[in-house]
Design a protein around this ligand. Structure first.
Ligand code: FES
Ligand code: FES
Length: 141
């Protein structure tokens, strides 16, 4: 894949055709909402996950990002990556992996950081809303 005008084609693709743009009902107990801002530029990202309460698997995800193209592309990739994964497993998604996937230049690293932070915030929110159910995460031997 070749870069055009300094941006990798995956960025352009995710920017022009962002996946999973939208919102879930924040008050739905199976929804976790992560709302984060980038101090460097003031951009804001909202990423939401829908979790299967029995398995802890993320069955759906969406985002709304008020920010630059790299932030939009990063959130689009993030929603694609978290879907179908267990909520504990997505905590290890690193912004550097997203940045690498999109070939973001170093000055745009903070944009992918928003996505990593938003994933973590969404999982945290889900857990806080379902604190009584956290025992489910522990496996019985
Ligand atoms: Fe969409 Fe890789 S091109 S996540
Ligand atoms: Fe702020 Fe990209 S320039 S998130």
């Amino acid at each position: 894949a070749t870069a055009s005008r300094g941006y990798h084609e995956r960025v352009v693709d995710h920017y022009e055709n962002p996946r999973n743009v939208g919102s879930f009902d924040k008050s739905d107990p199976s929804v976790g909402t992560g709302l984060v801002g980038a101090p460097a530029c003031g951009d804001v990202m909202k990423l939401q996950i829908k979790v299967d309460d029995d398995t802890g698997k993320i069955v759906d995800a969406c985002f709304k990002t008020f920010g630059c193209g790299s932030a939009i592309a990063s959130s689009s990739v993030a929603t694609e990556w978290v879907k179908g994964k267990h909520m504990e497993d997505v905590l290890s998604i690193k912004n550097t992996e997203i940045a690498k996937h999109l070939s973001l230049p170093p000055v745009k690293l903070h944009c992918s950081m928003l996505a990593e932070d938003a994933i973590k915030a969404a999982v945290k929110d889900y857990k806080a809303k379902n604190s009584k159910a956290t025992g489910k995460a522990e496996t019985v031997q």
